[in-house]
Ligand binder design. Structure first.
Ligand code: ATR
Length: 270
């Protein structure tokens, strides 16, 4: 193991619960591989203590920044001194850089990680029409990143249609003039089909949309990491679609997160 010294830059992941977090196991090898003297540690923070912990981190001179995850993503917005356009529009922060003067700069890279994951498997969203199921936090981040990545059209289907409409209104800030629509449960006719609902986490969940209408030639992407092959992906495979698992979204986001926090890491493909 690398030696931690007084020169080592400290990074964190703030979460509650903390035991399941994967970011340190993914980030520390990236730091090591690129010869950067940094370390990421898990920081267990209860929601009621977030402000207290942040006051401490602002004052910690060798602290570079942190990943924010459940349940802190929305609450972090109000604690940041600067926000990226994506974080402001989505209303959630999952990455924070501690600036040298102690101010906190918040960003949201979930969607960028998703797009980087697609690209790492040779799937380019630019110029393709996208169908997105879901309108919650994850869906908002993905919709924003797909719009920035240059999809030709974005259709959002959600159980609660009003949330799909609101999401599309926010996303058009990223790409004014982008062709958008509130969809139905029928995903046919779109190049890229994405499940960003929480359906599929549990074995007895129904499918998030009418998967019987999927056609060969479509790409179907999940963001659920566990189980790796959800019932949706099994159905999509059986119907001749290309499938994209959920794991690359996090794996491809790690280097983007390191770079956002100011670590001298060059993301793949940059
Ligand atoms: P996350 O942060 O993972 O995106 P979220 O913000 O709670 O979680 O969003 C969950 C998404 O899954 C929403 O789009 C939700 O639909 P609603 O907006 O109608 O609630 C969707 N979802 C969750 N359970 C669902 C179910 N049983 N049927 C259909 N959609 C469901």
């Amino acid at each position: 193991m690398r030696e931690i010294t007084g020169h080592t830059r400290i990074y964190g992941i703030l979460a509650d619960p903390i035991h399941h977090v994967k970011a340190p196991q993914l980030m520390n090898p990236v730091f090591a591989a690129q010869g950067f003297d940094g370390v990421m540690v898990p920081v267990h923070v209860r929601p009621e203590d977030l402000g207290t912990v942040l006051a401490g981190l602002r004052a910690q001179q060798n602290f570079g920044g942190f990943v924010a995850t459940v349940p802190h993503k929305q609450a972090m917005v109000a604690h940041c001194d600067e926000l990226t356009d994506a974080a402001r529009a989505i209303g959630a922060v999952n990455i924070v850089q501690r600036l040298p003067d102690g101010r906190l700069r918040g960003g949201m890279l979930d969607g960028d990680g998703f797009v980087a994951g697609l690209r790492s498997h040779g799937i380019e969203p630019a110029g393709r029409s996208a169908y997105l199921a879901g309108a919650g936090g994850a869906a908002s981040a993905i919709a924003w990143a797909l719009a920035v990545a240059g999809v030709s059209r974005l259709t959002v289907w959600n159980r609660t249609a009003s949330k799909a409409r609101e999401l599309l209104e926010r996303v058009t800030q990223a790409r004014p003039g982008l062709e958008t629509a509130v969809g139905t449960a029928d995903p046919s006719g779109h190049d890229l089909v994405v499940n960003a609902t929480s359906l599929g986490l549990r074995e007895d969940d129904p499918l998030p949309f009418d998967a019987a209408r999927l056609q060969p030639g479509q790409t179907v992407a999940e963001i659920i990491m566990q189980p790796e092959e959800t019932a949706l992906l099994k159905t999509a495979k059986a119907r001749g679609c290309r499938i994209q698992y959920g794991k690359p979204m996090l794996a491809c986001q790690i280097e983007l997160m390191a770079a956002f926090m100011g670590a001298p890491i060059v993301p793949r493909g940059a």
